[in-house]
Write a protein that binds this ligand. Sequence first.
Ligand code: GRF
Length: 217
Amino acid sequence: MKRRVAILISGRGSNMAALIKAAALEDYPAKIALVISNRADAAGLEKAATGGIATVLVESRPFGKDRAAFEAELQRVLDQHGIELICLAGFMRLFTAGFVQRWHGRMLNIHPSLLPSFPGLDPHGQALRAGVKISGATVHFVIPETDAGPILMQGAVAVSDHDTEETLAERVLEVEHRIYPDALRLLAEGGVRLEDGVCKTATGAGSGNFLISPLAG
Ligand code: GRF
């Protein structure tokens, strides 16, 4: 049985689109059963609907600072659709510890840096200012702390001296679109376990290639 997944978005939804595309494959172990946006103007909503995916708008603004009330409505919609796993994909709203606890081990997020480096806003600016030579993206389980939690998968890119925030973001986004579907696949097929706050996977190993940046010549 395919696991029923909801993707939560607030914006353009390119990671959402990558997940939907991957899940369209017959052997993929998860079904994107629902896309929820907390913003009416999220471009991803229309993309999802065009792709034949059920969409629901649960606007957060009317709830103001009452996060628990917003989450109660979110939970009602998730229950209504029999959702088992959540993927946050550019979802710009923080959760209460209670909601996060309820979805412990079943809610993923993607962040465009190699966590624990550069959490929060402007990760690419942070990376460039730090002068790192390698950056990337991280899929992790959600815990109450923002952009933290057991790391399921990471993908890396070389950072060049000529990179701007825009060019780096573009390259990292390509990695995001590759690793998010792979990470969800692992989780949905049960190839992931949490041990003392660390995520271990069935495959347990990377691609085996070095990524060196910059090259000496
Ligand atoms: C991505 O860079 C993701 O890592 C971050 O927000 C951005 C969302 O982009 N959390 P998109 O809506 O998936 O195109």
